[in-house]
Design a protein around this ligand. Structure first.
Ligand code: TXA
Ligand code: MG
Length: 327
């Protein structure tokens, strides 16, 4: 795929970002989860530019970002009661709803699916921007396809510089993990992607258990590709002590939750939260995956996190980072 070359500016001028969006350009915007690569979702040309800038395959659908619940009705033909309950609790916030789409949503956005993914981001700059425009924003994470999602404006620059005109800088993303995706199929409620709202919080709000789509399930969410979030250095996840024995003799970097290991030297060890706080670990994960990727290590060994709360989403991302090298 050929892409256009242009000057990329990092700034904090919301008006400037809006001017570009109105012209059908794509702009990186901060959200509370990760930076998004946004374009007017109702303008197919703008949406095509998103796919091009990211080099993302067109069969991988995009999330629609809107300013308020009022707009769900425009783009979703049916909003079930459970969706209202969850939205009243978690929106604006990192929860994305899969709902039957209306004709207003271009097929390009949903990759031909009858369902559209919608969320209301909680970042103040994103919300302000969405409140000032009269179209929804289609926005995937603002990284080249397959690489780690960006959690600072600099990360966006590192990946997309020269391909987009503007990066709206809203500081480091406070959550650092993508939104949780929830689907409503007939009477079933399914979690499609672990993310910044833990499964437990959703089940608590609904007062019932929901099903969780397993990675190996048939891909009814076409974009759920396994090989995502991948650093360039091979990553293995599991019991780090045993992995160190298996990979003895290699230059090793370690990503741990809170433990410090005797080996390797400190510059090759990344502790995501010395206090053992999953929120802090989640916030640091993508920054660390990028940092560790700049070392001269042969291999990255990552701990498996407790399979509860945000630990599920962290494990999911590490699993995907590892999957690439196992296929
Ligand atoms: O936190 C987030 O969700 C960030 C910020 C920017 O909002 N966005 C994000 O977008 O993570 P992206 O494109 O990197 O991941 C969106 C996921 C993909 O796995 C995609 O396949 C799935 O959502 N998705 C989007 N629309 C869908 C649809 N209509 N049906 C099934 N899956 C869909
Ligand atoms: Mg992504």
């Amino acid at each position: 795929m050929k892409h256009r070359i242009m000057q990329t500016v990092i700034g904090t001028d919301i008006r400037q970002a809006i001017d570009f969006l109105r012209l059908g350009e794509v702009v990186a915007i901060p959200t509370e989860t990760v930076y998004g690569l946004a374009g007017n979702a109702l303008n197919e040309n703008a949406v095509l530019k998103i796919f091009d800038a990211k080099q993302r395959p067109r069969f991988n659908p995009l999330i629609l970002h809107v300013a308020s619940m009022d707009q769900f009705g425009l783009y979703a033909s049916e909003v079930p009661e459970a969706c209202h309950i969850l939205a009243s609790r978690f929106s604006p916030g990192p929860l994305t709803f899969l709902l039957p789409k209306t004709e207003l949503v271009p097929d390009l956005v949903t990759a031909g699916s009858e369902r559209v993914a919608i969320r209301i981001p909680a970042h103040p700059l994103a919300l302000e921007l969405l409140g000032l425009i009269d179209f929804p924003l289609a926005a995937p994470s603002a990284n080249p396809f397959g690489y780690v999602s960006p959690v600072t404006a600099q990360h966006v620059w590192d990946g997309l510089q020269g391909r987009i005109p503007y990066i709206l800088d809203g500081g480091p993303c406070p959550m650092g993990l993508e939104s949780t995706i929830i689907g409503f199929e007939a009477k079933d409620i399914t979690l499609h992607r672990h993310g910044a709202i833990p499964l437990e919080a959703i089940e608590e709000a609904l007062g019932r258990k929901i099903s969780v789509r397993k990675n190996g399930d048939p891909v009814n969410a076409p974009g759920q590709l396994k090989s995502h979030y991948a650093p360039h250095i091979p990553l293995w996840m599991g019991d780090v002590d045993s992995l160190m024995q298996v990979h003895h003799g290699k230059r090793i970097a370690v990503i741990s939750f809170h433990r410090r290991y005797v080996y390797p030297e400190p510059a090759y060890q990344f502790i995501l939260s010395p206090e053992g706080d999953l929120h802090e670990a989640a916030r640091n994960l993508f920054r660390v995956l990028r940092e560790v990727d700049t070392l001269d290590a042969d291999i990255i060994l990552a701990e498996r996190f407790p399979e509860a709360g945000l630990g599920r989403a962290i494990n999911d991302r590490l699993q995907r980072a590892q999957a690439v090298f196992k296929q």
